[in-house]
Design a binder for this molecule. Sequence first.
Ligand code: ADP
Ligand code: MG
Length: 398
Amino acid sequence: IDLSVQRDIDKLEATFPSCKGKYRLIKRIGEGTFSTVYKAEDIQYDQYDNSWDIDAAESQWRPPPLRNSSHSRPNTSHKPKFVAIKKIYVTSSPARILNELELLHDLRDSHSVCPLITAFRQADQVLAILPYFRHQDFRKYYPQMSVYDMRVYFRSLFTALAAVHEKGIIHRDIKPTNFLYDPDKKRGVLVDFGLAEREGVETKPCLCHEDRQVRKQRLQQSVAFSSAQAGPQPGYPVNDTRPSRRANRAGTRGFRAPEVLFKCTEQTTKIDVWSAGVILLTILCKRFPFFNSADDIEAMIEIATIYGSKRMKQAGQIHGCVFDTNIPTIGERGFSFEKIMLWSTCRSDGGKDGKSNTLTEEEKGAIEFLHRCMDLDPTKRISAKEALVHEFLQMNDT
Ligand code: ADP
Ligand code: MG
């Protein structure tokens, strides 16, 4: 154990003397933007009780229902042996921390969502205790994944998403580090509800929720504007006096849905489906991160390069935005996912090095599913529930 980790652990135990007799900290397992996560052993663990054991109840694992009192005082008879202790940084706002804990509590019985065991607070320090879920680093396993492995992975991810969305909750930060996947067990759990929110709360109407006819009329009068020109250059409105659009943009660069970039004010659970699509695109193209933008404008440019300016314009119009660009690398028609996948896996050279330069039937199936997840129009994009009955996620054929 390295010194800085030991110092961390000592500090944590000094702040939370109540934890000292309960958990033995083992190591630091994660360091995110909003927290540090430690693996710890539950000292009061009851070895004969496996109701929390994710490995024990293979396919049908669910956390035991939380009793009212067990939220603040853990029930010693329902415990996993290893836990993840998430120390939320004191710089997080109390409202944010409460939001995360509340949503986790709401999702306690949801399949494939990592449940909250309990939480501690000491002044401005908050610890969330979660069952430890063994997983592998995405970077390690994604280059080797077969199409079948992808189907298993996405079946698990979409099961979790469907459960979250069923409760009207948007996760907002779907990406590989927030879906803890164990390729051996072929199971994953969704973590990190730090940015999650309830759908339809505090939203202002957006054109995307109106019917097409109304949308067309409104758009003609619309002054809403969004530009994909990189920085102030000729034609960029430097002294733009129009009111700026405000919308929730929380999430991670490269995984943000187009409607988030267009600052849609009525974002839905479909933004998570887009992000899941970006993970699939990453695995198919064997490039991580696939999108590598520094800001939202660059992110728009990346998406526009693939989809082409014509479809990007239409995507903007859905939310009352005018998309315009003079960037020469953005063509009108863009590129197909098939082409991008062949290029990025070096299979577009006419099959010279023995690799086939056409996609297999199952790869085509994956691309078809990808199209449904990464539809620029959130109203047409597949939902998590629909995805679970999509052919790509049916496992009974093998
Ligand atoms: P942050 O908000 O800082 O991103 P996360 O909840 O995503 O915090 O946790 C950060 C990392 O800690 C995860 O990417 C994962 O590696 C690890 N982690 C979090 N929860 C668990 C858990 N229940 N079991 C095992 N590892 C976990
Ligand atoms: Mg995270």
